[in-house]
Design a protein around this ligand. Structure first.
Ligand SMILES: Cc1ncc(COP(=O)(O)O)c(C=O)c1O
Ligand SMILES: Nc1c(O)cccc1C(=O)C[C@H](N)C(=O)O
Length: 437
């Protein structure tokens, strides 16, 4: 049986130690945490989430917690809309338009004007669509360029699309991309990267890389999974061509939440999608024999959308109502800087090293610490109701979300980790074999 690769055990009511009984902290760190949390204008936003009492949740970069608005929205969707209004809900309750409506709500968080973002399917499916469509927009070019350290699904789909479309894949680390494009850019159809490295949390310069891509006449495709909702993004302003992302990390749309696809308006009329499902037809209920693509972003729709999940995601996005993403970014940086300080003081002497850049403008919204027993330590933290994850073979990841994470959460997590190591209170499981994913 395959199990999800997060290292934590789900916390239970029976768990003896709770994250609230935090071990003693050095006074300076305790005072800093209290001051930073005391000055935090975003602190009231935590009430928009139903965080389990006694749990320190630092894994919202993998699965966001439950927003308070979601249960009533889902109850309404199920009992009134589905239960009572039945099929009339496609029009009467706006189900048919939900992919576009939710797409626009996400667009507002990623710097996309309305009419360019559609929600639905998984990130993997959206990536397939985006990579294929990008290749079709540059039919005279033969290369697809991507990050050798990209998330596995991005790497696998780059290979798959290259096979289907007769392209070759070049894997170029982000720091070498401008030089590569200057040399071989005239053969490149599409450049596919993530602004934030899923392992190290390193933030790349999206603006510079998009500019270098365009200088070569290629298209820029960004995977925003680890960035959307965590920092301000400016897709329209940067002239990004295509983007995808998931709904379940910083957007907190729930397990398997619909993903999204952004297609800049200038490409929409000539966009050839590889999956020509009936929802993307110009006249879906005309039931015509031939596929005729809908105008605008609607042509990127595929099949019947997962309505309940879309409505859950829509309610979850309400957690951003009235929230300035520049402030979210400022608090996220304060949180990660504070955690790096805690790590330096409490954990470095115990054999941990940070792989996350110390410079604020090179940091996303998680910190990763290297330790040979990362897997056993993540389990031991979960026993104490501190939820983090690990990425094989030796990285512990600590995700922060400025909407609900506190500096105190981070100090308490670092203290628990210090005590677990000092006491040897973990199973020293060996690093898993195989490549780091
Ligand atoms: C950068 C990135 N892309 C894609 C995915 C996942 O794709 P999907 O939503 O299809 O599982 C993840 C994480 O799971 C990711 O970190
Ligand atoms: N999407 C996930 C899943 O379905 C199960 C477990 C984890 C995930 C993740 O999101 C992993 C994540 N993209 C990562 O950064 O590693």
């Amino acid at each position: 049986m395959t199990t999800a690769p997060t290292a934590q055990t789900a916390p239970t009511a029976q768990t003896a130690a709770t994250a609230q009984t935090a071990p003693t902290a050095p006074a300076a760190l305790r005072e800093s945490a209290a001051r930073l949390d005391g000055d935090d204008a975003l602190a009231p936003l935590r009430e928009r989430f139903l965080l389990p009492p006694g749990v320190i949740y630092l894994d919202g970069n993998s699965l966001g917690p439950l927003p308070a608005a979601v249960p009533p929205a889902l109850a309404d969707a199920v009992t009134r809309q589905w239960g009572t209004d039945l099929i009339g809900s496609w029009n009467g309750n706006g189900w048919w338009e939900a992919p576009l409506r939710v797409g626009d709500a996400i667009g507002a968080l990623i710097g996309a004007a309305p009419g360019q973002t559609v929600a639905g399917d998984s990130t993997s499916v959206q990536l397939f669509t985006a990579l294929s469509a990008a290749a079709a927009l540059r039919p005279d070019r033969s290369l697809l360029v991507t990050d050798p350290g990209h998330f596995p699904t991005d790497r696998y789909l780059a290979d798959a699309v290259a096979r289907h479309r007769g392209l070759a894949v070049r894997r170029v680390p982000p720091d070498r991309l401008p030089r590569f494009l200057a040399a071989e850019g005239d053969r490149v159809a599409v450049v596919s990267y993530s602004p934030v490295d899923f392992r190290t949390g390193e933030l790349y310069d999206m603006e510079a890389l998009t500019r270098a891509t365009h200088r070569a006449g290629a298209l820029a495709l960004w995977d925003l999974c680890h960035a959307a909702g965590a920092l301000p993004l400016r897709l329209d302003a940067l002239g990004v061509d295509l983007a995808v992302g998931c709904g379940y990390k910083f957007l907190s749309g729930g397990p398997g939440a619909p993903a999204y696809l952004y297609v800049a308006r200038r490409h929409q009329a000539s966009l050839e999608t590889p999956l020509t499902g009936w929802n993307g037809h110009a006249d879906p209920f005309g039931l015509g024999r031939e596929y005729v693509p809908a105008p605008g972003i609607s042509r990127a729709r595929i099949g019947t959308p997962p309505v309940l999940s879309l409505l859950a995601l829509e309610a979850a996005l309400g957690a951003f109502d009235g929230v300035d993403l520049a402030r979210v970014r400022a608090k996220s940086l304060s949180l990660t800087a504070f955690f790096l300080r805690c790590a330096e003081e409490l954990l470095t002497p115990l054999g941990f090293t940070s792989v996350t850049p110390a410079e604020p403008d090179r940091r996303g919204s998680h910190v990763a610490l290297r330790h040979p027993h990362a897997r056993g330590l993540a389990h031991a933290l979960a026993e104490r109701r501190v939820i983090v994850d690990m990425r094989a073979p030796d990285l512990l990841r600590f995700g922060v979300n400025a909407l609900y994470t506190t500096h105190h959460d981070l100090l308490a997590a670092a203290l628990h980790l210090r005590d677990i190591v000092r006491e040897g209170a973990y199973a020293p499981e060996p690093p898993a074999a195989g490549p780091v994913t």
